[in-house]
Design a protein around this ligand. Structure first.
Ligand SMILES: Nc1ncnc2c1ncn2[C@@H]1O[C@H](COP(=O)(O)OP(=O)(O)OP(=O)(O)O)[C@@H](O)[C@H]1O
Length: 259
């Protein structure tokens, strides 16, 4: 039985820039199983955000296939959008609305009942320490507060699959724990979690499968144990270093050289 909620086949993305074409994603394939926590890793500039933006319908690929529950994404983009929640890396909140209004309009967009929006908003705003500031405009929020609101918004409609692009960046240790508690709770209730992070211990502790990208290519896919065996290492940190530094030049270094 195929229990994949998401299958990506030979996915490609090129960006046209004034300096020429950037091959950001070079034909990658992987799958995410229903109900799992999936860790998507790679050095800076590896192509993770580009991939997330494509699978969450925010960016058009140049090739390949994205399949949700056996259905090609392009068959019904609106239906896929209703299934997913996204915490993007950039701040895409409505800055001229309050926190409460940001959640309210998001809930309406997802067809939620007004009473449920109010209940879920209260629960999430309290959990992420924003209840007292719910009537403030988002433009007055600190970076960490905005990040917490982005997370609350993506969780509001209880998506089938929740994508989080470096969600713990900018969060203090207390809110990082709260985020993980909330993700684990949702995962227990059936939400599949797709996560990128540079914190290896988070992935090691919670992710069932891990994929590692470098320079637009998929270097490895498997459980943490499988990847440790494959690279003859004893931690995910060492797996990551062994794979991404294999040619002695990591992505950050080569990215600097390109500038
Ligand atoms: N809008 C864009 N226009 C041109 N090039 C882009 C654009 N977005 C990303 N890139 C390039 O595509 C490549 C992959 O970038 P991407 O942001 O997907 O990587 P990432 O793995 O998410 O990195 P990070 O860990 O730093 O967030 C990089 O070389 C980046 O410079």
């Amino acid at each position: 039985m195929n229990d994949a909620i998401l299958e990506v086949k030979n996915l490609k993305k090129q960006y046209q820039t004034k300096n020429g074409i950037v091959d950001a994603v070079k034909g990658i394939s992987f799958q995410v199983h229903r109900g799992e926590i999936f860790g998507f890793l790679g050095a800076n500039g590896a192509g993770k955000s580009t991939t997330i933006n494509m699978v969450t319908t925010q960016l058009l690929p140049n090739g390949g296939q994205i399949i949700y529950d056996g259905e090609d994404l392009t068959n019904d983009v609106a239906a896929i959008r209703r299934k997913i929640g996204v915490v993007a890396q950039h701040n895409n909140l409505e800055r001229s609305l309050t926190a409460e209004e940001n959640l309210y309009f998001h809930g309406l967009y997802f067809g939620m009942d007004k009473k449920l929006i109010r209940e879920r908003s209260e629960e999430l705003l309290k959990k992420f320490g924003l209840w007292d500031r719910r009537k403030d405009f988002v433009k007055s929020y600190s970076g960490g507060m905005a990040q917490r609101l982005k997370i609350a918004r993506a969780m509001l409609h209880q998506p089938e699959i929740l994508f989080l692009d470096e969600p713990t960046t900018g969060l203090d240790p207390n809110y990082r724990n709260i985020l993980w508690d909330q993700m684990l709770k949702m995962n227990k209730e059936g939400t599949t979690i797709f996560l990128t992070t540079h914190y290896m211990e988070e992935v090691e502790n919670f992710c069932e499968h891990v994929a590692i990208m470098k320079k637009g290519e998929m270097l490895a896919y498997g459980t943490v144990d499988e990847l440790e065996k494959k690279t003859n290492t004893h931690s995910l940190n060492d797996v990551f270093l062994a794979l991404t530094n294999r040619d002695g030049v990591d992505d950050r270094q080569s990215a600097n050289e390109e500038e």
